[in-house]
Ligand binder design. Structure first.
Ligand code: UD1
Ligand code: MG
Length: 485
């Protein structure tokens, strides 16, 4: 059914005092996104006429968080409560027949649940339909006071509950569908008669019910969907649920996970069939992983693009980099932004790389820094090789051709070019270009002194013998005081 007669209002102006934070509550993140963005994303598939966000605290930042999703921001300044927020939204809602209201701090709600709420509201010809939930611990939430099995008399806020009402475990999610023309007169009756002197949207429910209007409540199929984030503990729990959902999605798509509860995956990550994620892996941002990859324990991939059959050994960090099919990397390797490893490249332990392209089948197996480098295919870089790309002011490029062999512990002082098939002697400090197929050697010559070591050992033996004979001479005994028994 089309929802072009619905305007969605996301309440996101509050500060979130209970979080004890300098950041507005709805900007706190769960499941890899700001809370308010999660809420808006759940609404988008409804195809409503428009989505309005009520902003107040840190209005600019909150607006920026939702603007890319085509949301109209309306300023509520100061914030006099959830009912006041709706009054502020009146003009933006305009003549839309229905208003769906959501708090910006309850991001787990699913589109399907919202669809069912709107459907119930329409078919029940209601003035208001509340999304409620039955929970084990209702403390902190407003409670649903039912008139009969099918209709609601009021919502009572936690602070205003009688001892008897405190036993009620059906809570208000703060997600509602209103028939707009009935909401305004009801809100006009609501007075700020509470501790905070705020106009509560919840009070409009009792007004509607007392006028004989139909007020319904739909119980959410999964009570976790209505979890609000008022405290840090709430935030952690909501994040946990989002992460669990994302893992389930990837497992359904054919990804294996060991100890899945330890694996953290951002919402936009994609991974192919038969890829395996070991414990404590993090896949962040828009990371895309192909099929049959293995991401081993402790690795963190952020904005990484991996082809098929890539093996990421333990504790490897990959940021904004691309790894083509069959690459093997790690353990303990770090790719900083702009690394591109072509097919079959092997990067080993304790290698750091940035802004570099490594050609097919090349190997950098141990202890290297490669920066601003273009390397051809099937080259081999010995252990400890460093590209000196920085002179303290500027960065300079290093170019290494195909089938180059760089001996261990060489420094390539950029800008420098090593031609195809060239050979660099181990321990060289290369400051000049090396032409194709040449040997570059830049180290002092070795001198070998025959018999030197044997002579040295003899001297050492003689020296220690002398020392011993000096020690053997009897020393004058010191008399120790006797202990008393
Ligand atoms: C609210 C409900 C409560 C419900 C709970 C569910 C009220 C009075 N109470 O309580 O019945 O069980 O949500 O999570 O509505 N906001 C504004 N402008 C304001 C005040 C708040 O935009 O002037 C926004 C906040 O940013 C927040 C949302 O409204 O996103 C709800 O406000 P919050 O303070 O979290 O209300 P709760 O105490 O959680
Ligand atoms: Mg809340």
């Amino acid at each position: 059914m089309s929802n072009k007669d619905v305007v969605i209002v996301v309440l996101a102006a509050g500060k979130g005092t209970r979080l004890r934070s300098s950041l507005a509550k709805v900007l706190h993140r769960a499941g890899g996104r700001p809370l308010v963005e999660n809420v808006v994303r759940a609404c988008l598939p409804l195809g409503a006429k428009k989505v309005v966000a009520i902003v107040g605290h840190q209005a600019e930042q909150v607006t920026a968080a939702v603007a890319p999703l085509d949301v109209e921001a309306v300023l509520q300044q100061p914030q006099h409560g959830t009912g006041h927020a709706m009054l502020v939204a009146k003009r933006a809602i305009g003549k839309a027949k229905f208003s769906v209201v959501l708090p910006g701090d309850a991001p787990l709600v699913r589109t399907e649940t919202l669809k069912a709420l709107i459907a119930m509201h329409r078919s029940g010809n209601a003035a208001a339909t509340i999304l409620s939930a039955v929970v084990a611990d209702p403390s902190g939430y407003g409670r649903i006071l039912r008139k009969s099995e099918n209709s609601v008399a009021a919502i009572v806020e936690d602070a205003q509950l009688t001892a008897e009402q405190r036993e009620l475990n059906e809570i208000n999610s703060s997600i509602y569908c209103f028939s707009t023309e009935k909401l305004w007169p009801a809100l006009a009756h609501v007075k700020p008669e509470n501790k905070h002197r705020e106009i509560y949207l919840t009070d409009a429910i009792a007004v509607l019910a007392s006028k004989g209007e139909t007020v319904l409540a739909q119980i959410a199929p999964d009570s976790r969907e209505v979890l609000g984030c008022n405290t840090r503990a709430d935030l952690a729990e909501v994040d946990r649920v989002f992460r669990e959902r994302k893992r389930e999605e990837l497992m359904k798509a054919g990804v294996s996970m060991q100890l899945p509860e330890t694996v953290l995956i951002d919402p936009e990550v994609v991974a192919g069939e038969d890829t395996v994620l070991e414990p404590c892996v993090q896949l962040l941002g828009k990371t895309r992983i192909g099929s049959r990859c293995v991401i081993r324990t402790g690795s963190v991939l952020s904005e990484a693009l991996l082809g098929d059959g890539v093996i990421v050994e333990p504790h490897t960090i990959i940021t904004e980099s691309r790894l083509e099919d069959g690459v093997i990397i790690g353990p303990f390797a770090r790719l900083r932004p702009g690394a591109h490893l072509k097919k079959g490249v092997k990067v080993g332990n304790f290698v750091e790389m940035k802004k570099s392209v490594i050609g097919e089948g090349s190997k950098i197996p141990h202890l290297s820094y490669i920066g601003d480098t273009k390397m051809g295919s099937h080259s081999n870089i010995g252990a400890g090789t460093i590209t000196c790309n920085y002179d303290g002011v500027h960065k300079h490029p290093t170019t290494i051709g195909n089938r180059v062999f760089v001996g261990s512990d060489s420094v390539l002082i950029a800008p420098v070019k090593i031609g195809d098939g060239a050979y660099i002697a181990a321990g060289s400090a290369i400051t000049e270009n090396v032409p194709p197929n040449a040997l570059g050697i830049a180290r002092s010559r070795q001198s070998t002194k025959s018999g030197w070591a044997a002579k040295k050992r003899r001297e050492q033996i003689e020296f220690s013998a002398k020392k011993k004979s000096v020690r053997k001479k009897p020393r004058a005994k010191k008399s120790r005081p006797r202990r008393k028994r």
